[in-house]
Design a protein around this ligand. Structure first.
Ligand code: G6P
Length: 613
């Protein structure tokens, strides 16, 4: 959360910083700010509440100019959403942008107050600027040395970039928990929270590691590790290719989310094709020795957050039912703060769209010390921290996802997880037919999804009935229970309607009390072993007057009634049903949000990449 960009160049870097901020806006969009040092070493600073385009508009009217600068897009943690709390923060000649949290900022603030510093903002960031300024005033010396002195005083996870008007030839950056990447140019260098912000100027990157301090000038990059030794970090060429650029265009869609929903047949196909060779599943990217490791697995632990947690939940059903492997699934933020027991020969799997989620990353780091067989991540961003720190990596081929609410990254996670399960089943020689069935079911999936996408107008009409609703209930069973959870999460995220998901069997243990003629109840009905039980749930809701929205395979026979809307979906193999049923859940949430006029791609208070705890 929060996006940082900085540049040292001979050219005017204002537009580069603004374009970088646009690319980083998925990390937070409460406010944005830019600071550029001009040729006379004067600071030009503009901060604005709201989105980057508001800042860009203000910059246009103030003609900023200079070769050294930093910029920031904020997702607030300390201090209200106000202009004064927007970054960059300054203390005289010192300018700071920051991503993360300084946990002990209150006590530092008091100490600084005694030394004569009064904070004008409520942020934890401003104290960093004052600390640097104080030490510089007391000790003098190079900026990088001063920063090394103040780091032991800061606790928390953070990344910071610092600029000094008295020495505008350089930027100093610190990575301590939150990601920072140096972009290498010719006669100019850059730094940002992620590569995307810098692809406009370079494709050569250096990934800072935790504890690193970097001093960046136009022509030099010096890095010290956490014990103060000068280190060489490898320069890598960006793996983000031209296809990724395609994913960044909205084309004719009015929202990225809609475009990403409609891209699912393609990206699911891509994910399948990259793992099937001559009619068999391949995990070639895991290396030649993978079967030795996989054959030792007796248990799987999956850790994730948000939507990724829901794909973990679905895969538990698959792993236990199909591969007969015991599996536990846990939310990362719970895992990191409890004493858990590692099962014998357990493989750790993390699932993360971004590969930067702070809780999932902490869980991975903790788990690596706990004695798991190894760590596998399922991720959409090949250059992310979680990918770099995992032993084994499976990449979903979803392309960049820009809408904050995950759609295509979720269904490609599910696709890849099913492929992984089929591979494990083959390895354990349990069932030769299953791999064939899974490949066949997956091959048919993109076409079936296309058919669901044709229901767009119909779902749009249904959505009308939700606009004055404050609550909704989602019900599903088996692998479709996590899909009900995902449907409810989508509705909450983008339409701000409170939605709860229940395993349908739990209906009479509480949520039925909420059902009356005003309550929409969304039920996922598949032609599986639960069908009769789901029909009972439908009846329980119907006789209490609940407004039923039943998403059902077309071969299911349901007794219709006035209170009931049946959304008929293509028949689907049970194995891939969770992937298929996700699509109408996304479409429903999208259309409700659209009618309500919320910001679909950037819902309030949320961010795509949660790099703080
Ligand atoms: C945020 C996003 C969600 C996402 C979750 C986990 O909350 O808004 O869409 O599911 O983070 O993110 P990850 O990148 O780890 O999948």
């Amino acid at each position: 959360m929060c996006g940082i960009i900085g540049a040292v160049s001979t050219r005017n870097i204002t537009d580069i910083l603004l374009e970088g901020l646009r690319q980083l806006e998925y990390r937070g969009y409460d406010s944005a700010g830019i600071a550029v040092i001009n040729n006379q070493n004067n600071l030009q600073l503009i901060r604005k509440l709201g989105k980057v385009n508001i800042l860009a508009e203000a910059v246009k009217h103030n003609s900023l100019h200079g070769g050294t600068g930093v910029a920031h897009t904020r997702w607030a943690t300390h201090g209200n959403l106000t202009e004064i709390n927007a970054h960059p923060h300054i203390s005289s000649n010192i300018i700071v942008v920051h991503n993360g949290i300084i946990e002990n900022f209150q006590s530092l603030r008091q100490k600084l107050f005694k030394k004569g510093y009064t904070c004008v903002s409520d942020t934890d960031t401003e104290i960093i600027a004052h600390l640097v300024h104080f030490e510089q005033y007391q000790q003098g010396g190079k900026l990088e040395k001063i920063i090394k002195m103040i780091i032991p005083q800061l606790s928390g996870n953070y990344s910071i970039v610092i600029m000094d008007c008295l020495n505008p030839e350089l930027l100093v950056a610190v990575r301590s928990g939150s990601p920072l990447i140096i972009g290498c140019g010719v006669g100019e260098n850059f730094i940002a929270s992620d590569q995307r912000a810098l692809l406009q100027v370079t494709s050569r990157f250096i990934f800072l590691e935790d504890g690193d301090i970097a001093e960046i000038t136009k022509t030099t990059i010096k890095i010290w590790n956490k014990i103060g030794q000068i280190v060489e970090r490898p320069e890598t060429l960006s793996k983000i290719n031209n296809n990724e650029e395609l994913y960044q265009k909205k084309n004719n869609f009015c929202h990225y989310m809609k475009k990403e929903i409609f891209e699912q047949p393609l990206v699911i196909k891509n994910t399948i094709e990259s793992h099937i060779n001559y009619g068999m599943i391949t995990m070639a990217e895991l290396g030649p020795d993978i079967n030795i490791l996989f054959s030792k697995i007796k248990h799987i632990k999956i850790i994730a957050c948000g939507t990724s947690y829901h794909s973990a939940m679905v895969s538990r059903y698959w792993l236990e039912e199909l591969a007969e492997l015991p599996c536990d699934v846990e939310i990362a933020s719970e895992f990191i703060y409890r004493q858990s027991i590692v099962q014998k020969n357990s493989l750790l799997i993390t699932i993360s769209q971004s590969g930067e989620t702070a809780d999932t990353l902490s869980a991975l780091r903790l788990a690596k010390k706990m004695g798991y067989l190894g760590s596998l991540t399922i991720c959409n961003i090949a250059s992310s921290t979680i990918v770099r720190e995992s032993d084994l990596v499976l990449i979903t081929n979803a392309g960049i996802e820009i809408g904050v609410a995950s759609t295509k990254t979720f269904t490609t996670q599910l696709t890849l997880l099913l492929i992984f399960v089929a591979y494990i089943v083959r390895l354990r020689k349990m069932n030769n037919i299953l791999e064939k069935n899974i490949i066949e079911a997956l091959a048919n999936l993109p076409n079936r999804i296309e058919k669901i996408l044709l229901l767009d107008n119909y779902i749009k009409k249904l959505a009308q009935a939700f606009i004055n609703k404050e609550h909704a209930l989602y019900l599903g069973r088996g692998t479709l229970y996590p899909i009900a959870m995902e449907g409810a999460l989508k509705l909450k995220e983008i339409s701000y309607i409170h939605a709860e998901a229940y395993a349908a069997g739990e209906l009479k243990h509480g949520p039925l009390a909420l059902v009356d003629e005003t309550m929409p109840v969304i039920i996922i009905a598949s032609n599986n072993k639960f069908l009769d039980k789901i029909k009972l749930n439908i009846e329980e809701v119907r006789i209490r007057g609940g407004q039923l929205y039943i998403f059902a395979e077309q071969n299911i026979c349901l007794t219709k009634s006035n209170e009931m809307k049946i959304i008929s979906l293509p028949n689907v193999e049970e194995l891939v049903a969770p992937i298929l049923f996700t699509i109408p859940m996304q479409m429903l949430a999208y259309h409700i949000a659209l009618i309500k006029g919320t910001n679909v791609d950037q819902p309030r208070n949320l961010a795509k990449c949660v790099t703080v705890e």
